[in-house]
Write a protein that binds this ligand. Structure first.
Ligand code: KG4
Ligand code: ZN
Length: 336
């Protein structure tokens, strides 16, 4: 008998619901993005985000169920993102899912958002299985993780300041690009020279798997200010390309070193920044040179979506990892 899970993701600025069958088949995956709303403010406004989730949640879940071709009585469980994320946003999806699970008398599964990002990759690649090293890079996270088996995570390294996506978004904004800047910066960088400006790489010591991007960010801003003070014009595409390369080089080297340390044959790139073609190519080349196979989710499964939450929930369902009605939204939910 098939296991069908309806999964809801609302941790930041996407309202999404999906129906996942047997952890592998995406019967539906509806994503409503609030980007257009937040763009006017240059970033996500938490209060506006939760209100927009409230307005959209019913239609997004209804559409996900309709597209799945299933009746709600045919669902085996309801999965929700329990954290980390914006508390008001998380609460909308979590409360909706809780009520559905209660009404249908089926289990509720609270999923960690980063676990979801990893399962977005597994969903895209049926041949990919743990053990693996995952580099999860998004607007809120930059983490190097080791997954020895399903649902078990060891944190190898994390960012000490900005997340990779956050740094990309901030520099993009300085260059006058619209929020969220990652994709726009990628387009601009294509016209620039990645070796034009030698921005610093923060290695944080030979053995460290942690990241720090605030020095790099300051260095880009200082470069632009220096040019302005000298009355010199700067080439925006060169800045974008050189900055991206500095950031991606650190991510790439540390990820490959993490695979070597953990003796992992597979490296999974996940999170919103995984949509970046340049990062995918750099990581794939470095991995191949070291005998490691690199995987990345289909682009639609990189940024936040319900399908990845449903795929993670499937594994939790198999292990009976259910939540009760005390499940709460946890903005800083730990992974381990
Ligand atoms: O995973 P996600 O949707 O939300 C969080 O969990 O944070 O990631 C959003 C981040 C943003 O910082 C956005 O700029 C970045 O992913 N992003 C990209 C690209 N597409 C989205 N960064 C670089 N290149 C892209 N093509
Ligand atoms: Zn995310």
């Amino acid at each position: 008998m098939s296991i069908r899970i309806l999964a809801i993701e609302s941790s930041c600025d996407e309202t999404s619901a999906a129906v996942i069958e047997d952890g592998r088949t995406i019967r539906s995956n509806i994503i409503y993005s609030q980007i257009a709303t937040h763009r006017a403010y240059g970033g996500v406004v938490p209060e506006i985000a939760s209100r927009e989730h409230l307005q959209k949640i019913t239609s997004v879940v209804t559409e996900a169920l309709a597209q799945s071709g299933l009746r709600q009585e045919e669902l085996n469980a309801i999965a929700v993102t329990a954290g980390p994320g914006l508390v008001g946003s998380l609460l909308v999806g979590l409360s909706y899912g809780k009520a559905m699970a209660l009404a249908l008398d089926i289990p509720l599964i609270g999923v960690h958002h980063l676990m979801g990002h990893i399962y977005g990759g597994l969903l895209s690649h049926p041949d990919l299985k743990p053990p693996l090293v995952a580099l999860v890079v998004s607007g809120g996270h930059s983490s190097l993780l080791y997954m020895p088996e399903h649902l078990h995570i060891e944190i190898l390294g994390e960012t000490r300041d900005d997340a990779a996506g956050e740094a990309l978004d901030k520099i993009a904004r300085t260059l006058g690009l619209p929020y969220p800047g990652g994709a726009a910066l990628e387009c601009l960088a294509e016209k620039g020279d990645p070796a034009a400006i030698d921005f610093p790489r923060a290695w944080l010591g030979e053995d460290s798997f942690d990241f720090s991007f605030s020095g790099l960010k300051s260095s880009v801003l200082n470069y632009m200010n220096r040019c302005r003070m000298k009355g010199e014009a700067y080439h925006e595409a060169d800045i974008a390309a050189s900055f991206q390369t500095a950031l991606f080089e650190v991510l790439t080297k540390k990820a490959v070193r993490a695979c070597a340390k953990m003796n992992s044959p597979a490296l999974l790139l996940a999170g919103g920044v995984a949509a970046n073609g340049n990062l995918r190519r750099m990581l794939a080349a470095a991995a191949a040179a070291n005998g490691i196979k690199m995987y990345a989710p289909a682009k639609i499964l990189c940024t936040d979506n319900g399908a990845m939450i449903g795929a993670a929930a499937h594994q939790m369902y198999l292990k009976g990892q259910f939540s009760d009605s005390s499940l709460n939204a946890t903005p800083y939910l730990p992974l381990a």
